[in-house]
Design a protein around this ligand. Structure first.
Ligand code: DC
Length: 211
């Protein structure tokens, strides 16, 4: 038996920070599944291959090494954009979901974050949390993060991007972003990371006691 924590939500909701902190606290393995879509997109871009050829993208996805995912390299904005295009293709999703499910069997437990973990990848996970925040707040957080890294940023452009990404993630036919019916909703619009972590910890501790 292992213990799986599924964290879903829209872009820039704070899933990553929250998931890493949870994994560290409980000594669980963590997989940011967005990186699997990003790595697939990057491999296509690097090889000058089209982003909309499903058979080609599936082949790349099947060859992906989950251990070699580098967040620093994959976090670039253009890669995120390309990833959300690759993520609409069912054959790509099938290949990556299989690898993600395998990861979820690791002992003693795992934290997977993404868009469809509670609904598709690990529907039997004992803990499902859907992290969200208003589009304005998510754009503001991303803007502040970029400024803090010493780079110039344009809030309006970031806000437009966040909304476009939401539309693509929530509007696609295969595995659209939505909360699982039994997910705990965590709206962090007016919540600090610390408060969000405490709320998540209460949910997880209660589920661990039942397990
Ligand atoms: O969370 P992120 O920005 O790294 O995700 C990049 C893209 O990958 C995002 O637009 C949607 C897609 N994605 C997905 O479809 N399913 C997941 N489980 C994770 C990410």
């Amino acid at each position: 038996m292992t213990f799986t924590i599924a964290i879903d939500g829209p872009a820039a909701a704070g899933k990553g920070t929250l998931s890493r902190r949870i994994a560290e606290t409980y000594g669980f393995h963590h997989l940011d599944t967005g990186l699997t879509y990003r790595a697939t997109a990057k491999a296509l871009l690097d090889a000058n291959l089209p982003l909309d050829d499903e058979a080609v993208a599936e082949k790349v996805a099947l060859e992906l090494d989950l251990m070699g995912l580098d967040r620093a390299v994959l976090s670039r904005h253009e890669i995120g954009e390309a990833a959300s295009k690759v993520a609409v293709m069912p054959a790509v999703r099938r290949a990556l979901v299989e690898a993600q499910r395998k990861f979820a069997t690791k002992q003693p437990g795992t934290v997977l974050d993404g868009r469809d973990i509670g609904t598709v990848v690990c529907p039997a996970a004992p803990v499902k949390i859907y992290v969200t925040a208003s589009a304005e707040v998510r754009a503001r957080r991303r803007y502040d993060e970029i400024l803090a890294n010493g780079t110039a940023a344009d809030y309006d452009a970031i806000f437009d991007d966040v909304k476009k990404r939401d539309e693509r993630d929530m509007g696609r036919a295969d595995s659209p972003l939505k909360p699982a019916e039994d997910a705990h909703l965590l709206d962090t619009t007016e919540m600090s990371i610390e408060a969000a972590f405490k709320a998540a910890k209460t949910i997880i501790d209660a589920a661990l006691q039942k397990n």
